[in-house]
Design a protein around this ligand. Structure first.
Ligand code: SAH
Ligand code: SF4
Ligand code: F3S
Length: 461
């Protein structure tokens, strides 16, 4: 961690003692005569999806009903994101909706956790008078114990979680991030990297497979930094251990920093039967000066080289990336570099975002000098470019076979699922059921999805 690159404001953010901090006020807790019910809401990245699932389990463990519809709930928990200003605005919007809900029945309470909780801490309780609790989702025990004490009368042993019909699940393998990209608030709100032991991850995957999960995504802000605390094993070794779990069909991983994307990782994708041919490798920008200002620690040439090596090892690899437009001082020429990179790499999917200054980050000290209208124009230009590229890449698959894990039935009554390359594929009505792994011929393709035609044989898991 490069502590001296933190602004004083950011350094203060890191040390907020959130866990165990008393709420400003206690909600009135009427006797319910039944188990208390909790409504969960989340926004943000897959880490928040995973945190929501873990919280739901902890809530069920103390005898509360998790995942209740809002109308029936006694407590609402917001799991928040701080990565961009618009994420925070959505949270404030959701909070506003909850205020009349809270007033409709005495005893209702609102809790906030996730990355905004760490970013703003107790200031949120001052700013939002209807908010009852702020807690750190990474240390939820204190909050859970508090709930248990408040509702002690109504609790009646753990709530058995309904059998899950989920086929895919996220498995956190590393928390936090030690990179210090100048625009990014994640290291401040998620802390330093901390890897889970291989044994614990494998056990979690076993448990999920027993509950019917067939595909796992190994999760972290920077999974390439994964290091088993015991053996020092890296991500490829962890993937090999996960691959050996009987009954698992597929594994993926998210997100990788280009800096540590190693040849061994690409070999693991090639060699492990469960490893899907998919790589999400955020590039952020296609210009060396921009990358330096973002503190990404690689050049455009380095990035191209990594991609070439990855494709040479796994020719069918699907590539996705994240790009920020309108970063501080981004010139037309720098933007053109990003456009050229997108054109030459030809990603399958690109997540595009306009730069949003985040308080406490190094970049927040620079002027946010690309006008909003220019950011929007650049964003729209890249969105249009990527639509064409995605369409071209998907159309190349027409006539070929793909393996689809059928996930569900869409609103139009047609089954759908994802290919190993993570492409959503719609299937003909009535032929297959969720949970099946099928091989289909690609009949048609749009920029967003494939149309599968049956070719008979079920795929071998
Ligand atoms: N750990 C991942 C993702 C981090 S956040 C990575 O290293 O890529 C997800 C994405 O949000 C980032 O990839 C980046 O494209 C975007 N992002 C992060 N901070 C941002 C900011 N201040 N403004 C706009 N986009 C941002
Ligand atoms: Fe943020 Fe990702 Fe950079 Fe970490 S590696 S600071 S999470 S953009
Ligand atoms: Fe947002 Fe926190 Fe994820 S800031 S992107 S929810 S790590």
């Amino acid at each position: 961690m490069v502590l001296d690159s933190l602004s004083p404001a950011a350094a203060a953010l890191r040390t907020l003692p959130l866990a165990g901090r008393p709420p400003r006020r206690e909600p009135i807790v009427p006797a319910l005569g039944r188990r208390p019910r909790v409504h969960l809401w989340h926004i943000g990245c897959q880490m928040n999806d995973a945190d929501r699932e873990r919280l739901a389990e902890e809530i069920a463990e103390i005898g509360f009903v998790p995942e209740a519809p809002l109308d029936e709930a006694d407590l609402a928990i917001l799991i928040t994101c701080a990565v961009r200003q618009n994420a925070e605005q959505k949270v404030y919007g959701k909070f506003k909706e909850l205020v009349p809900w809270k007033h409709r029945r005495p005893g209702r309470a609102i809790a906030l956790t996730g990355c905004m909780g760490v970013e703003h801490g107790s200031a949120l309780l001052e700013r939002l008078p209807e908010l009852d609790y702020v807690f750190d989702v990474r240390e939820s025990e204190g909050f859970i114990a508090k709930l248990q004490a408040l509702y002690a009368g109504e609790l009646d042993g753990p709530v058995p979680l309904p059998a899950s019909d989920r086929l895919s699940a996220y498995v956190p393998i590393i928390g936090g991030c030690n990179e210090m990209c100048t625009y990014c608030i994640v290291p401040f709100v998620r802390g330093r990297e901390q890897s889970r032991p291989v044994g614990e991850v494998v056990e979690a995957v076993h448990g999920l497979v027993e509950r019917g999960v067939r595909e796992v995504t190994l999760l972290g802000q920077n999974v390439n930094s994964y290091r088993d605390p015991g053996s020092g094993g890296r991500l490829p070794q962890l993937m090999a251990a996960v691959d050996a779990v009987p009954g698992l069909w597929r594994q993926r991983f998210l997100t990788s920093h280009p800096r540590n994307a190693s040849p061994q990782l690409f070999e693991a994708i090639r060699d492990l039967p469960t490893a899907c041919e998919q790589l999400h490798l955020p590039v952020q920008a296609g210009d060396d000066s921009l990358l330096r200002r973002m503190r990404r620690l690689y050049t455009v040439a380095d990035y191209r080289h990594i991609i070439e090596r990855a494709i040479a090892t796994v020719p069918s690899l699907a590539l996705s990336t994240d790009i920020i437009v309108g970063f501080c001082g981004e010139t037309d020429a720098e933007f053109a570099g990003t456009e050229a990179l997108m054109q030459s790499v030809g990603f399958d999917v690109v997540h595009l975002q306009a730069y949003s200054p985040r308080p406490g980050t190094a970049a927040a000290r620079r002027p946010d000098d690309v006008p909003l209208a220019v950011k929007k124009r650049r964003l729209n230009r890249l969105l249009a470019l990527q639509r064409d590229i995605s369409l071209r890449r998907n159309r190349r698959l027409i006539g070929g076979d793909v393996e689809v894990l059928v996930e569900g039935i869409g609103g139009d009554g047609r089954p759908f699922g994802r290919t190993r390359q993570n492409k959503v594929t719609c299937l003909p009505r009535g032929r297959v059921r969720p949970g099946e792994l099928v091989r289909v011929t690609v009949g048609d393709a749009s920029a967003w999805q494939l149309e599968g035609e049956p070719c008979g044989a079920a795929a071998e898991p």
